[in-house]
Write a protein that binds this ligand. Structure first.
Ligand code: C2E
Ligand code: MG
Ligand code: MG
Length: 483
């Protein structure tokens, strides 16, 4: 009898387990086909704010109607890793919820922003995932509203939060897209808003609004530029120098500073591997400022040693449109107490000619500091004589392509000769770049060019070896007693 009862009870337990399993299965199925009113489907489980599903649900009808102008703001909290590390995940989640609430309160006056939920109070922020939030708004005829709002959020929301007596600091960074201009599907709009956010963050650019040229910077290039910015001031950035000599006396007239990047993964990179991209993305100036600081420090040492060697630094056309450029250079020169005439700034001819109007006044201000100016890669930028005459330059550096092989081709010699004559007629010093062979130097002298730079005299070498190299060179090429 006991056995029958035991079997009966066992049967009940097995049936119970099967029923529970069935209920779990049903719940899982319901999860997969959850209706829109299901709280956990439409809310972020950490902050309780509306999630991406809810945003999609609210925004899709607006987009499919094809009427109206909208803006989507994506907001990312920066430095949240730090918060996580400091406070641990559970406390960090409390902070995240507080930040979401702060963003939401900061939107309370903005009528254009879509209200996603209106229970105890209107909720206008969507918690996309992790530390990312989104705000959807009507753009109407004021496309700038989103930008102004984003700037306000970036500025006002991140006040330090106090948690368990510790002040927690964070930043907010935004990316903006407009619909239908940038897309008519939420997924596409979000992708582009993230693209804009990333560039806004890495380039420190004022505008967080997406523009189609951004898509051409792939994430690898963006990553590289972010790495470059952090490389400034570390020993990853290195400077080489290459001397420029008098072709007759062999005296060293100047040394040109050339940048290299010892990339942590890619190895040693020549300037062409990273400078054009840095220029294009508008992140060149911090690099130039760093190079200038190093160069002026070396110039101060040389001048104290009584050397009359100039230091030449390559400047990008993007640098001279930087408002603080001239002033900062002046400060550097004054702090180092150097004679400014010892510094030569080289600007590429093609870049300069592209916007000579903008460049000319800045070049004049640079000249009035006392520094000298050279036109680099001369011959490649099709300068008109008229423009050349008006630029306050002292030197042109004839590009390698007019120099190498000069002695082998009479027609090339004729072209190079004409370039040299033109520069000399404008009372400019002429320097030949890329001299590799003795015959080239001889030909240049016959054509009237007496200054040159190239592997024949020295390949670029580490800046740290400059004093030693100069001492060696000068002892084997002593200057004439009264030269
Ligand atoms: P550049 O100013 O015309 O510099 C001369 C380039 O020619 C250097 O290349 C140098 O190594 C190379 N060179 C010198 N002599 C010879 C030679 O006899 N034969 C050959 N084949 N090449 C020679 P590098 O160092 O790769 O620099 C390339 C360009 O990158 C520079 O051209 C300059 O425009 C730019 N650059 C370098 N450093 C900087 C920098 O700090 N800032 C900026 N904005 N540009 C830089
Ligand atoms: Mg140069
Ligand atoms: Mg050059």
């Amino acid at each position: 009898m006991d056995l029958v009862i035991a079997l009966y009870l066992l049967l009940l337990v097995i049936l119970g387990l099967m029923l529970r399993q069935n209920r779990n299965l049903q719940r899982a199925l319901a999860d997969a086909t959850r209706p829109f009113d299901d709280y956990s489907y439409l809310h972020d489980l950490i902050t309780g704010f509306p999630n991406r599903h809810q945003l999609q649900h609210r925004v899709s009808p607006l987009l499919s109607q094809g009427q109206g102008q909208y803006s989507l703001l994506v907001l990312k909290i920066k430095n949240f890793d730090e918060v996580n590390r400091m406070l641990g995940h559970s406390h960090a989640n409390v902070v995240l919820t507080q930040i979401a609430s702060r963003i939401n309160s900061s939107l309370s006056q903005c009528k254009e922003v879509l209200i996603l939920e209106n229970q105890n109070l209107p909720i206008r922020v969507c918690h996309l995932s992790g530390v990312d939030f989104a705000v959807w708004m009507q753009a109407g005829d004021r496309a700038y509203t989103a930008e102004i709002l984003a700037q306000q959020i970036e500025k006002t929301v991140p006040e330090p939060l106090l948690l368990h007596g510790a002040a927690v600091e964070y930043q907010i960074i935004s990316g903006i897209v407009h619909a239908p201009e940038h897309g008519d599907q939420l997924a596409e709009l979000l992708d582009k808003a993230y693209e804009a956010l990333q560039q806004h963050e890495w380039q420190h650019s004022a505008s967080a609004v997406f523009n189609p040229t951004m898509m051409h910077f792939n994430s690898e290039k963006l990553r590289m530029m972010a790495q470059l910015q952090t490389a400034i001031g570390t020993d990853q950035l290195q400077l080489d120098v290459q001397p420029q000599v008098d072709l007759v006396t062999k005296q060293v007239l100047s040394v040109e500073v050339l940048l290299r990047w010892q990339h942590p993964e890619k190895g040693l990179l020549a300037p062409k591997m990273f400078l054009p991209l840095a220029e294009e993305m508008g992140v060149i100036y911090p690099l130039t400022a760093w190079v200038l600081r190093q160069a002026i420090t070396v110039l101060a040492v040389l001048q104290k040693q009584g050397q009359s060697v100039q230091i030449a630094v390559n400047i990008s056309s993007r640098d001279i449109i930087q408002i603080e450029f001239v002033e900062q250079l002046q400060q550097l020169l004054e702090q180092a107490e150097v004679d400014p005439a010892g510094l030569m700034l080289e600007l590429k001819e093609d870049a300069l000619m592209a916007d000579a109007e903008t460049a000319r006044p800045v070049m004049q201000r640079l000249r009035s500091l006392g520094v000298e100016l050279a036109l680099d890669d001369f011959g490649t930028g099709y300068s008109s004589l008229a423009v050349l005459r008006e630029l306050p330059i002292q030197q042109v550096k004839v590009d390698c392509q007019f120099i190498s092989g000069l002695h082998r081709s009479e027609s090339q010699a004729a072209v190079t000769g004409a370039i040299i004559d033109m520069a000399k007629n404008l009372q400019l010093q002429v320097v030949a770049e890329g001299i590799e062979e003795e015959q080239v130097a001889e030909k240049l002298l016959r054509l009237g060019c007496t200054r040159g730079q190239g592997f024949l005299y020295s390949k670029p070498f580490a800046l740290a070896g400059l004093t030693y190299w100069l001492a060696q060179w000068q002892s084997s090429h002593p200057s004439a007693p009264d030269s």
